[in-house]
Design a protein around this ligand. Structure first.
Ligand SMILES: [Zn+2]
Length: 166
């Protein structure tokens, strides 16, 4: 999901939002920060909620394999005995140089055929004339916060998605 690049990581206070999104107004940057604060408030099981970001992606890096992620929150809830439940929220470039916001719930696959992971619920928004980045990020953050209030059990999510349990 993150790609090969090693992203910067730290608390929300350390994220240089204005540098990462140089085309946003100060008010929009503030809106992003507010949405991220709402996410962090829901990350009750993490001692230090961490964000990852890639300063080199503040400008479009060109189309290529994998998403060009700019900002990412990755919440790993369950990782024991090879099982996995992850909640993700990111801002990334599409291959068409558009900004996008994605939120997803991902679980480890226990099908007979190994798919590695499944996105069992997801939201993907492309930023265009009607949707500002701050509005899309707010929508993604709200979705993520809703998911974090649901049972944090990978089999619950697999049951909902109709895929085999562990
Ligand atoms: Zn599978």
């Amino acid at each position: 999901m993150i790609g090969l690049m090693v992203m910067a990581r730290g608390s929300l206070d350390a994220v240089p939002l204005g540098t990462l999104f140089p085309r946003l107004s100060a008010a929009e940057v503030q809106s992003l920060r507010c949405s991220a604060l709402v996410v962090d408030a829901a990350r009750t099981r993490e001692a230090e909620p961490t964000w990852l970001w890639e300063p080199a992606h503040s400008v479009f890096p060109g189309a290529g394999p994998g998403a060009s992620v700019i900002l990412l929150a990755e919440i790993t809830e369950q990782a024991e005995r090879g099982d996995q439940l992850e909640f993700l929220l990111d801002v990334a470039w599409t291959d068409q140089a558009e900004l996008s916001v994605s939120a997803a719930v991902s679980v480890a696959c226990w099908c007979d055929t190994d798919h590695a992971t499944h996105d069992v619920d997801a939201l993907h928004l492309i930023i265009n004339g009607e949707t500002s980045l701050s509005q899309a990020f707010r929508a993604g953050a709200d979705r993520l916060v809703g998911w974090l209030a649901d049972p944090r059990d990978a089999d619950y999510w697999r049951f909902r998605a109709g895929i085999p349990a562990r």
